[in-house]
Each structure stands twice: as C-alpha cells, then as structure tokens.
Design a protein around this ligand. Structure first.
Ligand code: HEC
Ligand code: HEC
Ligand code: HEC
Length: 474
C-alpha cells in the first residue's frame, strides 16, 4: 500500500519513492531472514511463548464481565438476539464487509483482491461455511485471529487484515461479532489464492512486522479522560480502524506513530489529514459538520465523501448511533495538530466562474478544460461551479469550498472524474457518473487543471501521465 505524508508530492515522486521503499523493504526482509529463524524458534520454544492471550475462554469471558461497566462496553446483553444485534452493529463499526464482500450476491464470502507493494492478498470467506469459511473455527480461534493476527492453523495473517487495530477490541465485542457472523448464510466459495512475491509469501516473516509495528492488547481506558472520549478512542483506534487509511506508513508499512492521522495515500486516493490542525486538518470543522460527514457523507461547504471514504460512510459510519459519532468526534478533537505546510484550509478555496462568454468557445477544442467542463460537468455543478440544490442530501454540490478541489494535490479530483461517486445512505442515493471510459487522459487532465485553477487550489495540477497512472490504480 502506497502511503505518504500529508503533503503529497507529485505522482512520479510517489512512484519512485514506492520503488525505493520496495527495494529497502526487500533488503530489510532479507537481512532479517536469519534473525527470523531464531525468533521463530524462540516464539515456539522460548519462555512466555503463549501469553495471557490464550486464556481459557471462560476466564476471558469473566474478564469481560468485569469490564461491563467501563466505557468500552455497550448495553448488557440479555438474550441471544440482543447479542447478534450488537454483533451486527459492531461488525458494521469494524466495516468487515468492505473487505470481505467482493460481490454483493456473496456477502462476507471474501474474494476481494487487496493490492499491497508486495503483491496481492485476497480476502478469505468469513461466512459459517465449514469447508470454505470459518464454520469450523472455535471462538478461541476467532479471538486469536482478531487479537493476534494468527489463523486457525497457527499461521501468521497479513496486516492487510487490520488486526493491529482489532487487537484493542474487547473479547466481549469480538464474540458478539462472531455470534452475528454465525447467523449469516454459509456460502460455499473458495476465493483465489494470494499472489505475493518471495519473501513476502512467507507468512512467518510477519513475526518481524509484528515486532516493529504491532502491540497486542485490549484498549485500556484513560481514567483522566471522559467516558465519551474513551468510547471514541476505543472505536477510532480499534474497530473503525480510521488510521489504516489516514496515518502515513513507515518503511515496513507499519503506521507512523509520530504522524498519526496526518494523511496518507492508498491506491492513489489521498485520505486527508484529519488532525486538529486548522489549516491542514479538520480543526476548523464544527462538531456537527464532522458528524454530518460521517453519517451522510456530506458536510456542505466543506467536503463530500468519495472513493474509499464513500464506502466507509455507506457500509460503516452511517449506521453508528449519534452518541458513538459524538464520541468519535470528541476523540478526534484531541488528536494533536500536524501541519502539512498548506497555506489555506482545503475547503477555503475558489470563486464562482463569472465569464460565461470565455467558456463559449467558437470552436470546441478537445482539450480545452473550460469547454470540457461546460460540456461534461456543468449540467450538475453549474457553469459557475456553484452546484445545484446546495445542502440538500443528494444535491449536486458546489465545487467551491470543497476539500477535494482545494486539496494540495489533485489526485482525488482526477479519481472522482475517472470513477464517479456512488454512495448509498439512509438520506440519499448519491450518484455522479464515471467519466473514465468517455474521456481521454489528456481531457481529464485538462478538466482537473481547469477545476483546481478556477474553483480550488490553483497549485494543484496534474499531468497527462499522472492521470494515466491514476487510471491504472485499483
Ligand atoms: C481492510 C480490509 C479488512 C477489513 C476491514 C477486515 N478484514 Fe478480515 N481479513 C482481511 C484480509 C486481507 C485477510 C487475510 C489475511 C491473510 O491472508 O493473511 C483477513 C482475514 C480475516 C480472518 C481470518 C480468516 C482465515 O480464513 O484465515 C478473519 C476471521 C477475519 N478476517 C475477520 C474479520 C472481521 C470479523 C472483520 C470486521 C470486524 C474484518 N475481518 C475486517 C482484510 C480485512
Ligand atoms: C478505507 C480508507 C479509509 C478509512 C478506513 C477511513 N477513511 Fe476517512 N477518508 C478516506 C479518503 C480516501 C478520504 C478522502 C475522500 C474524498 O476524497 O472524498 C477521507 C476523508 C475523510 C474526511 C474528510 C476530510 C476532508 O477534508 O475532506 C474525514 C473527516 C474522515 N475521512 C474521517 C474518517 C474517520 C473518522 C474514519 C474512521 C471512522 C475514517 N475517516 C476512516 C479514507 C478512509
Ligand atoms: C449527473 C450529475 C453530475 C455530473 C455530470 C458531474 N457530477 Fe460531480 N458530482 C455529482 C454528485 C451527485 C456528486 C456527489 C455529491 C455528494 O457526495 O453528496 C458529485 C461530486 C463531485 C465532486 C466532489 C467529490 C468529493 O469527494 O468531494 C467533484 C470534485 C465533482 N463532482 C466534479 C465533477 C466534474 C469535474 C465533473 C465533470 C467531469 C462532474 N463532477 C460531473 C454529480 C455530477
């Protein structure tokens, strides 16, 4: 997964950096191979090899009962039906479907290819099918996978499965998720295998990754903070795994703990800086705007959720209760500001276009950004860029004061033009058509550069090659 810091360099630099990283990572992996053998042996034979994680399940349950009144606990479960309902809610908070549902007709049966810098990992089937799913897993197996990243036969799981965050989830909540998964229709489907290059096809190498990037353990509430804050921290750092996308990665692809929430790029999409910095992050947003964004995907005058964030909203955060969203916001408020060096907030750029005659060219030139904008975009966003329907759910948003158009890079804008926007929530079925098959790379570059110059951050430009490279991202 290609990640970088919040100030996004040009795409070539990114690609070069990824190559360098791949090389460094490969070298690192090779260097550590011998050491690894020792550590693997030590893991298996050394003292304390299996720590408290292998508590008998009854004891683990008892531990959870003790926690029943802390901030991480939700309403007590009376009946099995409640447990399953709570499990469904938590599975949504953890967005299991985003990765384990590749085909809507096969929910939770896996098969989604996830591209990493080391090759492709395909998500497994987690329906209760006994042969191809997790029907034969015990609760202890399931807890161990979620908390330690270890599969049923003791194999190491890849951190593309966010166990580094799920480790924080209480046993009680993990078992509720299991109870919910048990009620799903078993689907007999074996997803295709991974295609990872040597040495990354060696699962035991994850021992190293874990050494540098993983701390096993449940969320420990901070007694100095409010119950609301603790609930938010529990969700954000745990199930909701916001940092998987919003925190940049180090050389081993672990999260950079010194730059948490400061923004990162994955498969071309820039998950923006969401620290409290007023210029580079979301420090200027009100609580209501943040809640509105997470529950509907739109914060009028600030941002709309497209790409991976549209999925997060549609599959996960829209289902969270108002209290849980409030807790998430309370926690985000405490994230230390990190500046990416921007001179203005992403959502504070742009002016309406005011000279329609300039747009009415005598002859349509295939690569004139302004004319292409009027021909392809203005029916919905208006030739002035101010949109139609303003803040109504499902409106055609204004491109002025929009974070994608005012960002310090134009990646997401070009990706929105290539792939459109699709987001289904309780409020609206949001659909912007994809232009990837109608427009050429130079036309998309021309529209992108016109839109950032006129309605957004004029320093954000894209070359035709950069658009071509974004087109190949999955
Ligand atoms: C960001 C993507 C992502 C999300 C979100 C995600 N998973 Fe996974 N999961 C994976 C990948 C990738 C693997 C396979 C890892 C491997 O092959 O080593 C996996 C593996 C698993 C496994 C091991 C299955 C096996 O056959 O070995 C379980 C169990 C699991 N996930 C459960 C869940 C649950 C429950 C949730 C939601 C709380 C969830 N996952 C959310 C990507 C994800
Ligand atoms: C799968 C990756 C992913 C995950 C997980 C994720 N985000 Fe995002 N987020 C993104 C991307 C990509 C964008 C940019 C969306 C766009 O361009 O429309 C974004 C945008 C945002 C924005 C708007 C910023 C702006 O200025 O436009 C906020 C706020 C946000 N995310 C909060 C969160 C929170 C809180 C969580 C956890 C509950 C979370 N995100 C989880 C990828 C992710
Ligand atoms: C058929 C109507 C329609 C057309 C045509 C259209 N859009 Fe959109 N656009 C939308 C809708 C709907 C949304 C999503 C609103 C939301 O997220 O709530 C959107 C969102 C956007 C966003 C915001 C994305 C984000 O993540 O914040 C941008 C930027 C954008 N469009 C640019 C364009 C450009 C450039 C064109 C022309 C190439 C275009 N649109 C054509 C309807 C349209």
């Amino acid at each position: 997964m290609t990640k970088n810091t919040s100030r996004v360099p040009p795409l070539e630099a990114l690609v070069a950096r990824t190559r360098r990283r791949r090389f460094t990572v490969a070298t690192l992996a090779a260097l550590f191979s011998l050491f690894a053998l020792y550590v693997a042996w030590y893991e298996a034979h050394g003292p304390g090899a299996r720590r408290s994680d292998e508590l008998p399940i009854t004891q683990a349950r008892a531990d959870d009962a003790l926690q029943a009144n802390d901030a991480t606990a939700t309403a007590p479960t009376a009946a099995g039906a409640d447990l399953v309902k709570r499990g469904e809610y938590l599975a949504r908070a953890g967005d299991c479907a985003a990765c384990h549902t590749a085909d809507k007709t096969r929910p939770f049966a896996g098969g989604l290819p996830i591209n990493t810098p080391f090759g492709t990992i395909v998500t497994p089937n987690i329906t209760p099918d006994p042969d191809t799913g997790i029907g034969q897993w015990s609760d202890a197996d399931f807890l161990r996978a979620m908390h330690e990243g270890i599969g049923k036969s003791g194999e190491r799981l890849y951190p593309a499965f966010p166990y580094a965050e799920y480790t924080k989830v209480t046993d009680r909540d993990v078992l509720a998720i299991r109870a919910y998964l048990n009620t799903l229709a078993p689907i007999h489907y074996a997803p295709p295998g991974n295609s990872l290059k040597f040495p990354f096809n060696q699962r035991w190498l994850m021992v190293f990754w874990n050494m540098f990037n993983f701390t096993e353990g449940r969320y420990v509430p901070d007694p100095k903070q409010s119950a609301e804050w603790n609930r938010g921290a529990y969700l954000v750092e745990g199930l909701a795994h916001c940092e998987e996308c919003h925190t940049p990665r180090n050389v081993t692809q672990g999260l950079k703990t010194g730059a948490r929430f400061s923004g990162a790029v994955q498969a071309g999409w820039h998950a923006y800086n969401i620290t409290q910095d007023k210029t580079s992050g979301v420090g200027g947003w009100s609580d209501d705007e943040l809640v509105s964004y997470l529950s509907t995907g739109a914060a009028p005058g600030r941002a709309n959720a497209a790409g991976p964030m549209a999925e997060v909203v549609a599959d996960s955060t829209q289902y969270l209760t108002h209290e849980d969203l409030g807790s998430i916001v309370a926690y985000l408020r405490s994230v230390p500001p990190i500046s990416g060096g921007e001179s203005r907030p992403r959502d504070q750029w742009g002016n309406p276009a005011d000279d329609v005659t300039a747009l009415r060219g005598t002859k349509i030139n295939a690569v004139n950004g302004a004319q292409l904008f009027v021909a392809n975009c203005a029916t919905c966003h208006s030739w002035t860029g101010q949109g139609v329907g303003a803040s109504a759910p499902g409106a055609y948003p204004s491109l002025i004061h929009n974070s994608v158009v005012g960002a310090s890079d134009a990646n997401n804008l070009a990706l929105v033009i290539l792939h459109g926007v699709r987001r289904t929530t309780k409020q609206a079925d949001v659909l912007m058509p994809a232009f990837g098959s109608q427009l050429t790379d130079d036309q998309i570059a021309a529209i992108t550069n016109y839109v950032t110059r006129q309605f957004g951050n004029p320093q954000s430009t894209l070359t035709v090659d950069q658009v071509a490279s974004l087109r190949t991202q999955q």
